[in-house]
Design a protein around this ligand. Structure first.
Ligand SMILES: *Cc1c(COP(=O)(O)O)cnc(C)c1O
Length: 379
């Protein structure tokens, strides 16, 4: 497509491919690579992996993962074996693909064929993996996860010696021992240090084994949490991992919504489902072709805004499935017309801002981004 809209420029005619789309999403692969490099430098000599589960948090693992490989990343985490199989198609064999949820029964042969490293989270997974690898004479890497306090995935600490014994008997040992923090986004949470101590304690049973604890927010708890390998996801994609202003990460996406209709209305005009919106003054309203089915959360009704550069254009009334209504009063200059684009996510208003207005987290905004959008990857 010739000439993407620049932030702040009313964009008249998205030429070519994007014409038939209500929402246009650009994903900046260069920014994602810079975010990874920034985190790598921050944690060195610890290594940074990349979490690309859920299609790289909605941004497209088939584009994001090879970009990060070129930036130097060699370890990639996904949740499911099926995600790992798809990822192997776009990653060279020297990239390790690690399956956070482990291998469900009967998926072990796929792990072998696609060279996927399972995280062993419980005794059932561990025995099945040992049975499979010994029966086939395979020496394969595996990761062992311990639950150090979150109560989600991983062996109980009380099982640690049985895990070590079972692996030892099979002539195997984990390439990595990992755990996951429950409250990494809250540096004052006492559980962070407790979980870290519990993981470090496991060194007695697994000497010379690499350890991993921190995801995005954990990295910002400081070097004590970096250990051997960190596992950032959200921060790579521009979600603020530190809760600080400014965000230490670069934003990686821009979203535009297309104006379909513009009308002049008097003060007191009721707008949208339930007539929940009402204009305070005479104004112009634009109906924009992005709604909650596109991941523009309905819970952001009455709070979110569209933007044109730094000009805030409040939403009026409820978010519909396929549209929102925006008050254009703040715009001077020539009136916008159908076909023009407004900024929905960009410099002035990012993923975390929409998340705050929608009562959720940036993660859910990213993973909710619609497959209906016209998408472009830029470097
Ligand atoms: C999703 C996930 C990550 C990445 O978390 P972010 O907060 O997105 O960085 C890391 N480790 C585990 C076990 C996860 O489930």
């Amino acid at each position: 497509m010739g000439g993407l809209p620049r932030a702040g420029a009313a964009y008249r005619r998205a030429s070519g491919d994007a014409d038939g789309y209500g929402g246009l999403l650009t994903i900046d692969l260069g920014a994602i690579a810079r975010n990874w490099r920034r985190l790598s430098a921050r944690v060195a000599p610890a290594r940074a992996s990349a979490v690309v589960k859920a299609d790289a948090y909605g941004l497209g693992a088939h584009e994001v993962a090879p970009t990060l490989y070129r930036a130097g990343c060699r370890a990639f985490f996904v949740a499911h074996v099926e995600e790992g199989i798809k990822l192997r198609a776009v990653l060279p064999r020297d990239a390790e693909i690690i399956i956070l949820h482990g291998a469900p029964a009967r998926s072990e042969p796929d792990c072998d064929a696609y060279q996927l490293t399972p995280v062993l989270n419980c005794m059932e997974q561990l025995t099945a993996w040992i049975r499979f690898t010994s029966a086939n004479g395979l020496k394969r890497r595996c990761v062992v996860q311990f639950d150090t306090g979150m109560t989600r995935f991983g062996f109980d600490l009380s099982e640690a010696s049985s895990v070590a014994a079972a692996l030892g008997m099979a002539g195997s040992r984990p390439s990595l021992v990992m755990s996951h923090l429950a409250c990494a986004d809250d540096p004052s949470a006492a559980s962070n240090a407790v979980q870290r101590e519990r993981l470090l304690d496991l060194r007695k049973l697994f000497p010379d084994t690499e350890l991993s604890l921190a995801a995005s927010s954990g990295i910002f708890l400081g070097p004590d949490y970096h250990l051997d390998l960190v596992r950032p996801g959200a921060a790579l994609y521009g979600v603020n991992p530190a809760g600080t202003d400014p965000n230490p990460m670069e934003s990686t996406i821009r979203l535009w919504g297309r104006i379909m209709q513009v009308r002049e209305v008097p003060a007191g005009t009721e707008v949208g489902y339930g007539l929940a919106g009402r204009t305070k003054a005479a104004t112009r309203l634009a109906t924009v072709a992005v709604g909650y089915a596109d991941g523009f959360f309905r819970s952001a009704s009455g709070r979110a805004s569209a933007w044109l550069g730094s000009k805030r254009l409040p939403l009026v009334g409820r978010v519909s499935m396929d549209s929102i209504v925006v008050d254009l009063a703040a715009l001077p200059g020539p009136p916008l017309v159908p076909g023009d684009l407004l900024d929905l996510l960009g410099d002035a208003y990012g993923v975390d801002d929409l998340a705050a207005d929608a009562g959720t987290i940036g993660y859910e905004i990213l993973t909710g981004l619609s497959s209906r959008y016209w998408r472009e990857y830029v470097e």
